[in-house]
Design a protein around this ligand. Structure first.
Ligand code: ATP
Ligand code: MG
Length: 555
């Protein structure tokens, strides 16, 4: 119990106190995405945090689309966001809402403020409003419209609603304090005229509420107790509190801010990902090089790995950046014991075992995962002709190279000891064939007489091999130089995608389906690409390589 108290994050401590002091009776959170793009790893943090709190306190979690801005929102994004959240395992049950569902209530709320003398219709243009607002060091100036009578304001606001004004001609402002040290409190605009079609309400409205006014109302209507958002809204909190106070909600929601999740040298922001998509630099929002949730899923990340990552990152009030290697660590940890270790040759070169009977095929028993017996074993065919990886052979090996070279004996993993005798090259000097002899007494890869070999290499039977395409990924931006060039363009890594077209996989992989993942011995973890792979043309994405410099910080 004591440990549990110690490991609570600052939000949980606030919630504990609120429950204790009776500010709320239950915990009700929400995730409020704007449907203007796909979700990314940062959103995953927010989703898992909000959903996790609801679960922990036996409360509820809502999904609410923040669609108060009619220009950018698209139904495609709504559907993609829903499926990403489901995939992560956060369950909103029957509580799927749209901010636009509350436009009537928001209008009524604005009328209520006008009646209380707390809002007025302004004639100032956007430029004038900016000019009147003052600066961080100078107070703002009073809006000449701010002393209109309640009746006049009500009539003008109704005219706004009825389309009597052009875009920008009038706005509704909250009447707070033009000399407040917080600029957000200097009579913020709460409604604007915009003759735009909305993806859900169509042409019903030509006035739309501003985010800072709409959001607290949405929270209050849904009975949200803790409205968790990111740090950039900290200065907006007094306005949030003002709105819920002036509208006299019985159980006012409380805004709590936490620091955004940033990944070092990785493009996370929605608008930057959007730019890569729109400029055609990547293959859509789910390009496996991106950190959108759809991309991580396509690449082969699991919801468990993302949960582990988010938990390791923790929740804090201070902005910081997390290394991508930590995300890689999490997926390795998650897959390590769950997945069989298969043989796959990414850059094949043929090996012929001259003393192995022609036409003979043996089924060798191979353990699926030496660290997890529960995964059992499988049969792998072995024959006279094999493929090995080109980098596992050298004509003239440097010191400490223990793999195949003329005269050297190595172990073919789980199969036999073989000794290389000769090789054949084409006109360009490229090795095309390697000739070996095998020791029949070493079946299973065991030494028959105690003699030792230093190298063990993977192989696949040429007669049974399944051809496949394998895609290797690196960071899409150049890590050395940072995300942006001086002119604001993205600094792209030309090697972010490597396509290997002639890979040879062991026969057992031939029926692999979308999202299936495996360890390829010595190469890393790989996942069948859900978009491009077909039974006739298998395509695998490398999720992550096996090696890492990342060390989990010790507590
Ligand atoms: P972006 O910064 O990528 O454009 P956004 O904040 O505009 O994202 P929204 O759809 O408005 O995207 O965000 C939905 C929720 O996700 C908000 O509550 C927001 O605070 C949270 N969120 C967005 N980015 C991050 C992040 N990097 N880390 C944690 N939470 C985030
Ligand atoms: Mg936003």
């Amino acid at each position: 119990m004591e440990n549990e108290t110690v490991s609570k994050n600052f939000i949980e401590m606030i919630i504990d106190k609120d429950l204790e002091e009776g500010h709320c009776k239950t915990v009700h959170t929400r995730f409020p995405p704007e449907p203007n793009g796909y979700l990314h790893i940062g959103h995953a943090k927010s989703i898992l945090l909000n959903y996790g709190l609801a679960q922990k306190y036996g409360g509820k979690f809502n999904l609410r689309f923040d669609d108060t801005n009619p220009t950018k929102e698209k139904t495609e994004f709504v559907e993609a966001i829903k499926s990403d959240i489901e995939w992560l395992g956060a369950d909103w049950e029957d509580r799927l809402f749209f901010a636009s569902d509350y436009f009537d209530q928001m209008y009524e709320a604005a009328v209520k403020l006008i009646k209380k003398g707390k809002a007025y219709v302004s004639d100032l243009s956007a430029d004038e409003i900016r000019e009147y607002r003052g600066t961080l060091t100078e107070p703002g100036k009073e809006d000449p419209s701010s002393n209109r009578s309640v009746e006049e304001n009500l009539a003008l606001f109704e005219d706004m609603k009825n389309g009597k004004f052009a875009d920008g001609e009038k706005v509704l402002r909250a009447k707070i304090d033009m000399s407040s040290s917080n600029i957000n409190m200097r009579d913020p605009v709460i409604y604007r005229v915009a003759h735009m079609n909305h993806h859900r309400t169509g042409d019903k409205w030509c006035i739309y509420p501003m985010y800072d006014f709409a959001h607290p109302i949405e929270d209050a209507i849904e009975g949200i107790t803790h409205s968790i958002c990111t740090l950039e809204f900290e200065d907006h909190r007094p306005l949030y509190d003002w709105v819920v106070r002036e509208l006299e909600y019985e159980m006012p929601p409380k805004q709590i801010e936490f620091a955004k999740l940033y990944l070092t040298n990785v493009v996370t922001g929605k608008r930057y990902i959007k730019r890569l998509v729109e400029e055609g630099i990547v293959d859509g929002w789910d390009d496996p090089r991106l950190v959108s949730i759809a991309a991580l899923r396509r690449r082969g990340f699991t919801p468990e790995s993302i949960k582990m990552f988010v938990e390791l990152c923790g929740v804090s009030k201070a902005n910081s950046s997390v290394d991508y290697a930590m995300l890689e660590y999490c997926i390795r940890e998650d897959l390590k014991l769950k997945k069989p270790r298969m043989m796959a040759i990414l850059d094949p070169v043929k090996v012929i075992i001259d003393n192995y009977p022609e036409g003979q095929v043996e089924e060798l028993e191979v353990t699926n995962n030496l660290e997890n017996e529960a995964l059992g074993s499988r049969k792998v065919p072995f024959g006279r002709e094999l493929y090995i990886d080109r980098e596992d052979f050298m004509e003239e090996p440097p010191k400490k190279y223990f793999r195949m070279f003329p005269g050297n004996e190595v172990r073919l993993m789980n199969a036999y000891f073989v000794t290389c005798n000769s090789f054949v090259k084409d006109e360009d000097g490229k090795v095309t064939e390697i000739h070996c002899t095998y020791d029949p007494a070493s079946r299973g890869g065991n030494s028959p007489d105690g003699r030792k070999v230093k190298g063990t290499i993977q192989w696949v039977s040429a007669a049974h091999a399944v051809p496949a395409e394998v895609r290797l990924y690196e960071n899409i931006v150049d890590e050395e130089k940072g995300v942006y060039n001086e002119d604001g363009s993205l600094n792209l890594n030309p090697n972010s995608l490597t396509v290997l077209k002639n890979c040879m996989l062991e026969e057992n992989l031939k029926d692999a389906e979308a999202y299936d993942s495996f360890q390829f011995v010595r190469q890393g973890f790989f996942c069948v690409d859900a978009k491009d792979s077909t039974p006739e043309h298998l395509v695998f994405n490398r999720i992550v390589s096996l090696k890492s410099s990342f060390k989990l910080p010790t507590a």
